[in-house]
Ligand binder design. Sequence first.
Ligand code: IMP
Ligand code: MG
Length: 186
Amino acid sequence: MPKRNIKNDILRILVTEDEIQQIVKMISARIDAYYADRDSRLLLLGILKGSVVFMGDLMKNISIPVEIDFMKVSSYGGGTSSGGSVNIILDLHRKDLSRTDILIVEDIIDSGRTLSYLVNYLKLKGAKSVRTCTLLDKPERREVDFQADWVGAVIPNEFVVGYGLDYDEQYRALPYIGILKPDVYS
Ligand code: IMP
Ligand code: MG
């Protein structure tokens, strides 16, 4: 039996590969400029698993010295809406963050709970600064007041997959951001 092609499950492409690469270039240039004259360390902190593809592209385009690390969190609340509290599944283990500027790299902001929790958490851990960048932002879905420092694209209130983002752990490997056909959910 032939293997299923995941691209056949996509109803519409929302952000193309070219558009994503333009976003990556724009954000990496701003990161280069913003952190240029600092004598501290810059840590790109990816939030697993959704941010891995964006993280990979971003780090290749940044010219200033960076370190990378990852955290894994889950937000509970049930179903497709978050709504609950944030749980740390994989923590950041570094002894002294007082000379480290942390830039959190996220795939998408929805309710805003994950990033607002993490920014606060990392500041309490003693980071010199904590800033955030996200490939996608769905401001219509916000439940807590949160604004990222660098946003790739603002998108409407649609569930999207691809370029790291999943539905039921599938579709992360798609090279673009798309909306699934309704029958995939049923
Ligand atoms: P927040 O805490 O509600 O902002 O949750 C953000 C997280 O929810 C993201 O890191 C994603 O893992 C997940 N998420 C939110 N919207 C989508 C979507 O449209 N597709 C896939 N994952 C999403
Ligand atoms: Mg995520």
